[in-house]
Design a binder for this molecule. Structure first.
Ligand code: ZN
Length: 491
């Protein structure tokens, strides 16, 4: 049996009941399980670290914490930067302290990549003092326009819809610095493109170099981790999320309306700093964007705020919350699970160092007790007692469905090829905004689509004979040449 110390993590989407479960499990452990004196909860939600915004970020009110200590919550001022690397350091400290008290750390939150980096060390790119050889060389070869851009990257990703030239320029810069990674991102996906450029700035390495570097070392867990994935059927969960927004709005509407008159209320603190005008603070990130803050900002900022604008802000908030929860599930399925399975070395997950269980929180009430709480308690008890655990796939039909995943590519070449985008010459109407689609099945589907066939046949008519359009904006992006194109003359 491993001598790694035990921790428990609870992951899952927003509004699924993670906090409730963590407190219930902490109380159970406090009754005395295998000599442990209790549990402390460590927050792993990137927005709950900030003071204020208690309602929108769904913080458990102190009165409902049943005396269970919550750490790393409410301790940063809005506007203060706090990123994954800092959280991991703070969480390790809190975990050490908790173990010294003979208590179990329960790490709870929707920011799964924080949890992932806590579970697996050495997976975060470290800030580099020097540039790698390949980056040095690429920078030396940058045309002045791109060099200038690299030296002064914009603070926020530009919108590709309103600023296509800016978006294309960033993509060209990334192509020049790290071609394999640039090929994975659509030029419209400025968030991804900027993310990769930031990595280069911060680490001095090209992201593809980092992928290759990391693939050389196995994933070695930091703790013996019992991982719970609290899950609810999206159709049911969405209703609950909508209801939560409605509840929140009832309370907030008063504050929001008041903020229209004095422009400085609890609502605005932490979201907007009032510097003569409303201005998003820098941590105004995708999380808040998803939660519809931008729409509320529009409502607040408009000269004549109408009920109609307000209603559409509420709708946007509901939609955003759903999208957010969808993305959270994608991360769990596509990133966290494959990492855990890989670290477990495949095979018997119940006997593994990192057992992972899906608990079904679709139904509340009695069902919560039987499907979530009781099962959770039994598993915790067995885990802390180093006893044989139940097979995670046998827990429920949903568990089997959600925990069974396709094997992900692990070699760097495969990873880099996995999401490669290609340009469709026929469908590119404006050469400065190439039409891109993911290679593989998406490309095949596109090639058969009505739009593509229409564009391709129009090409034929216009030029008398099939012609390969000259659309390459940056020659680095390979054009997709289909069988028919092979016979075309290049003009
Ligand atoms: Zn096409």
């Amino acid at each position: 049996m491993s001598n790694l110390r035990p921790i428990i993590t609870i992951c899952g989407t927003t509004g699924v009941g993670k906090s409730k479960l963590s407190i219930e499990l902490a109380l159970k452990i406090a009754q005395g399980i295998h000599g442990w004196r209790g549990a402390r909860i460590i927050n792993a939600d990137s927005m709950q670290v900030y003071t204020g915004m208690d309602v929108i970020t769904n913080k458990v009110p102190v009165a409902e914490r049943m005396g269970v200590e919550h750490l790393l919550m409410d301790f940063k001022q809005p506007g203060e930067q706090y990123v994954v690397g800092q959280w991991v350091q703070d969480a390790i400290k809190a975990i050490d302290e908790t173990h010294r008290m003979d208590m179990i750390p329960i790490i709870v939150g929707g920011t799964s990549y924080w949890i992932q980096h806590l579970m697996f060390p050495n997976r975060l790119p470290t800030p580099g003092q020097t540039l790698s050889d390949s980056v040095t060389q690429s920078i030396a070869n940058l045309p002045p326009e791109l060099l200038e851009l690299f030296n002064a990257l914009p603070e926020h990703p530009p919108s590709a819809a309103s600023h296509p030239q800016d978006a294309m320029l960033l993509h060209r810069l990334l192509t020049a610095l790290d071609e394999p990674v640039a090929q994975r991102w659509h030029w419209r996906d400025t968030r991804k493109v900027m993310g990769s450029l930031r990595v280069i700035k911060d680490t001095g390495m090209a992201p593809s170099e980092i992928i290759i570097e990391q693939s050389k070392t196995a994933l070695i867990p930091r703790y013996r981790t019992l991982c719970f994935w609290l899950y609810a059927e999206p159709s049911i969960l969405n209703e609950r999320l909508d209801a939560r927004v409605d509840d929140m709005i009832k309370v907030r509407k008063v504050l929001i309306d008041r903020s229209l008159t004095d422009r400085l209320t609890d609502y605005t603190i932490g979201i907007y700093q009032s510097i003569g005008e409303f201005r998003p603070v820098f941590f105004y990130d995708t999380y808040l964007q998803d939660l519809g803050y931008k729409e509320f900002h529009d409502y607040l900022a408009s000269a004549e705020p109408s009920e109609k604008v307000f209603a559409s802000a509420v709708e946007q908030m509901k939609y955003g919350t759903r999208q957010y929860s969808k993305r959270q599930i994608r991360w769990l399925k596509n990133k966290l699970l494959p990492a855990i399975y890989s670290a477990n070395g495949g095979g018997d997950h119940a006997a593994a160092l990192l057992p992972v269980y899906l608990l079904d929180a679709t139904e509340l009430g009695d069902q919560w007790t039987s499907r979530v709480l009781n099962q959770g308690e039994r598993i915790v008890e067995a885990f802390l007692g180093n006893e044989t655990l139940v097979d995670p796939l046998l827990l429920s039909e949903r568990a089997r469905e959600m925990l069974t995943i396709d094997v992900k590519p692990t070699s760097p070449t495969e990873i880099l090829r996995a999401r490669k985008k290609v340009v469709c010459p026929a469908c590119t109407l404006d050469p400065s905004q190439p039409f891109m689609v993911e290679d593989g099945s998406q490309w095949e589907a596109h090639r058969r689509s009505r739009t593509h066939r229409r564009h391709a046949s129009r090409d034929k008519k216009m030029h008398g004979q099939p012609v390969n359009r000259r659309v390459m904006v940056h020659s680095d992006i390979p054009s997709k040449v289909d069988a028919e194109d092979q016979h075309r003359s290049i003009v």
